[in-house]
Design a protein around this ligand. Structure first.
Ligand code: FAD
Ligand code: AMP
Length: 475
């Protein structure tokens, strides 16, 4: 006899495990199926985010930043050290233990919520039946009243730079190098390419990032991208724009990378090449042909605004559906799907999803860029405030960057907030909350911010929107 659950979730990344927990909080019987296997052959819950994405990358960004600062910035603070040396093995051990503790935490959270954790492959069949193939072997039929597909995404592989998992690698392998490559090539200057490039550049690699597009960080506000480009250049990151990789060849010395730019055909030789050209929805063997699930032209599972698929009672959330491939976006969709299953009203505010790039300086934004606002035809006001005028940033010796706020000219509603500078990824939370409440810049102007704090830069930028900044000359 097959087992029966109110909700079966396929995938235990940030979209799936959160959906499972919320469904259990609603009193539903829940099973969560996941097949993730780490490079040590051990299964772990948490998906890409915890095992191969957000968390290990942030662990290495933190360690490499500390290394860089100890080498370069401590002197300015009057701190003398002996020679600062890298112990990559310990750094990588710490990265792995951060991941292990957090993925272990997810497994125990699921158990505490009485969720049946099923390790193996899940496949949706017709009639909301789920075929579960445990890693231990055999096949089990499971009946579900509701199914949430949360199968995530995988790195895009391009034929001109096929992964050999040694010289030409994906982002996961690039997080697990056991030595610092002398020369590292990165294809793609998106968030992942820039974060990985920063890690290895700080640890001593000569990093070249090849980006096909002419605009740097085309998804970010132009003013923010300009500051970031200047800072990355100063740090020694060589970012080549308008550089379309056309071929690669693995040699005994590394990889020869050919690319075309405005000057014609070019080539570089690197020891390792990271391909970071984006991710694609992962739906391999996720559903049978008669399950009723449809894919769009990008390979995403087709869903409506509430993450409902074409099959009643089947939802899809996270990287396997349209929208930005971000952990917090997937988690919110998971919560929404579980709430809807429980009969509650739920929605995701797709207009207020923050984006963060965890480089130094950090880059974070929410809402529309100035170009997007202009294109929308709405009349608008802009205010910005540089961290160079922030007492806290000066005390931290991190004065590069700024906060820029765009609001509507007619009703002052905040339309976009763009930050490049120290702790931008933390600061953006205030802007997200403000936009969630449809706040005006006047609301932020009238909000007391602690002194001295980096958040004062948001306060001052909101004042600057109306030419009322107090600690920096107005336009
Ligand atoms: P995933 O995390 O990919 O999880 C899907 C899970 O489903 C996996 O465990 C997979 O094994 C399992 N699965 C798939 N199909 C099946 C099946 N048929 N049966 C059983 N199990 C299955 N996002 C951020 O928001 N912030 C960041 O800082 C950030 N940094 C990143 C850094 C890197 C290097 C990378 C690669 C990604 C980063 N991301 C970041 C993106 C983030 O990791 C993803 O957006 C997020 O993991 C998506 O969550 P998800 O639950 O949809 O899918
Ligand atoms: P993202 O999707 O944000 O992770 O960014 C991936 C980046 O890779 C995009 O900016 C693409 O323009 C870039 N890209 C894709 N293919 C190539 C290529 N062949 N050569 C150089 N850059 C590329």
């Amino acid at each position: 006899m097959s087992r029966n659950f109110d909700v079966v979730v396929i995938g235990a990344g940030p979209a799936g495990y959160v959906a499972a927990i919320r469904a259990a909080q609603h009193g539903k019987t829940v099973a969560c199926i996941d097949e993730w296997k780490n490079k040590d052959e051990k299964n772990a819950f948490g998906g890409t985010c915890l095992n191969a994405g957000c968390i290990p990358s942030k662990a290495l960004l933190e360690s490499s930043e500390l290394f860089h600062r100890a080498k370069n910035d401590f002197k300015k603070h009057g701190i003398k050290t002996g020679e600062v040396e890298l112990d990559l093995a310990t750094m990588q051990k710490r990265r792995a233990s951060v991941v292990r503790e957090l993925t272990g935490g997810i497994a125990s959270l699921l158990k505490t919520n009485k969720i049946e954790c099923l390790v193996g492959h899940g496949k949706l069949l017709a009639g909301k039946n789920v075929e579960f193939t445990p890693v231990s072997g055999g096949v089990e039929a499971i009946e579900a009243k509701n199914v949430i597909l949360a199968s995530g995404s995988s790195p895009i592989e391009i034929s001109i730079a096929a992964f050999d998992h040694h010289n030409i690698v994906d982002s996961w392998s690039a997080l697990e190098f056991d030595h610092v490559p002398d020369r590292l090539g990165v294809i793609g200057a998106g968030a992942i390419g820039l974060e990985l490039g920063s890690v290895w550049s700080r640890l001593g690699s000569k990093v070249t990032v090849l980006e096909a597009m002419d605009d740097f960080l085309s998804m970010a506000d132009r003013d923010v991208a300009k500051v970031a480009a200047k800072d990355f250049k100063q740090q020694g990151l060589d970012i080549q724009l308008g550089a379309k990789v056309t071929a690669t060849k693995v040699t005994k010395n590394g990889v020869d990378v050919s690319y075309d730019d405005k000057n014609g055909s070019q080539s570089i030789e690197v020891d390792k090449l990271v391909v970071a050209v984006g991710r694609r929805p992962h739906t391999d063997d996720l559903f049978s042909g008669d399950a009723g699930i449809q894919l769009d032209e990008h390979g995403c599972i087709t869903v409506d605004d509430e993450c409902r698929t074409h099959v009643k009672g089947v939802y899809a959330v996270g990287d396997c559906v349209r929208g930005p491939m971000l952990a917090h976006k997937g988690s919110e969709e998971g919560v929404m799907a579980a709430d809807l299953i429980a009969g509650e009203i739920a929605e995701v505010n797709y207009g207020a999803i923050p984006s963060v790039i965890y480089t130094a300086p950090e880059i974070a934004w929410v809402g529309k860029t100035e170009v997007e606002v202009k294109e929308s035809g709405r009349t608008y006001k802009v205010g910005s405030f540089p961290f160079a005028a922030s007492g806290r940033a000066k005390a931290m010796e991190q004065i590069s960057g700024m906060v820029k706020i765009i609001s509507s000219k007619d009703d002052d509603e905040i339309l976009g907030v763009h930050i490049v500078g120290p702790m931008a990824g933390e600061l953006i939370a205030e802007a997200v909350l403000a936009m969630e409440f449809s706040a005006s810049t006047e609301d932020i102007q009238r909000t007391i911010h602690a002194h001295p704090s980096l958040a004062e830069a948001i306060h001052e930028a909101s004042l600057a929107v109306d030419n009322k900044a107090l600690n920096f000359p107005n336009k």
